[in-house]
Design a protein around this ligand. Structure first.
Ligand code: 5GP
Length: 211
């Protein structure tokens, strides 16, 4: 029987390089992971495609999904709904793939409550100065924009302690390998391998009896 996949939640500061990291992880180990595409009521940004970045829904459509229990979690974020469709996640976990949800902190904590064995990862740059440098960008942003991005980073830092692991994004290549290694390590936890432990104990007893 194929081992069920792990539900993985990835959050992180905007400016942490989370998006690039996810893209690289999925490209390198495409047979291992599945990325959940969320539903949202926010309008598509330029270049975003329905079904790729998000399923872009009307408020009415979104509320129908809530009513039919078709979302495993949802949250309101800056006046818009964001939620994770249930069917895809269930199907991929069943296939043995680790399913990644890239969601904000409120959703992450809801997932942990509902699925205590979900793995929560938080992506961060090595230090606050580096984050500031990345948020300031190429010197084209106004002081107001920079301030609001820094305020948002402070909000995003709330609740970091509730995550299982920090993913420090310094060098992309190393970071991708480290993230994959952390997830592989998770698969070997005894608490995730109850069946294996049970079987080997039974087999040992049986072999002992045959002596
Ligand atoms: P954006 O509008 O910039 O694409 O996303 C805004 C925030 O919503 C990000 O922090 C993103 O991770 C989060 N988000 C995206 N999809 C979901 C979802 O399905 N559920 C929750 N709770 N948050 C989401």
């Amino acid at each position: 029987m194929k081992e069920r996949g792990i539900l993985i939640v990835v959050s992180g500061f905007s400016g942490s390089g989370k998006g690039t990291l996810m893209k690289e992880l999925l490209e390198r180990y495409e047979d291992r992971y599945a990325l959940s595409v969320s539903a949202t009521t926010r309008k598509p940004r330029e270049g975003e495609i329905h079904g790729r970045e998000y399923f872009f829904l009307s408020r009415d459509e979104f509320e129908k999904m809530i009513a039919k229990d078709e979302l495993i979690e949802y949250a309101k974020y800056v006046e818009n709904y964001y939620g994770t469709p249930r069917a895809y996640v269930e199907e991929k976990l069943e296939e043995g793939k680790d399913v990644i949800l890239e969601i904000e902190i409120q959703g992450a904590l809801n997932i942990k409550k509902m699925f205590p064995d979900a793995l929560l990862l938080f992506v961060t740059p090595p230090d606050a100065d580096e984050l500031r440098r990345r948020l300031v960008g190429r010197g084209t942003e106004t002081m107001d924009v920079i301030k609001s991005r820094m305020d948002r980073a402070c909000e995003e830092a709330e609740g970091m302690e509730n995550y299982d692991y920090l993913i420090v994004n310094d060098s992309l290549d190393e970071c991708v390998r480290e993230m994959h290694a952390i997830i592989q390590g998770e698969h070997r936890r005894t608490s995730r391998n109850r069946e294996f432990v049970k079987r080997i104990k039974e087999d040992l007893e049986r072999l002992k009896g045959e002596e």
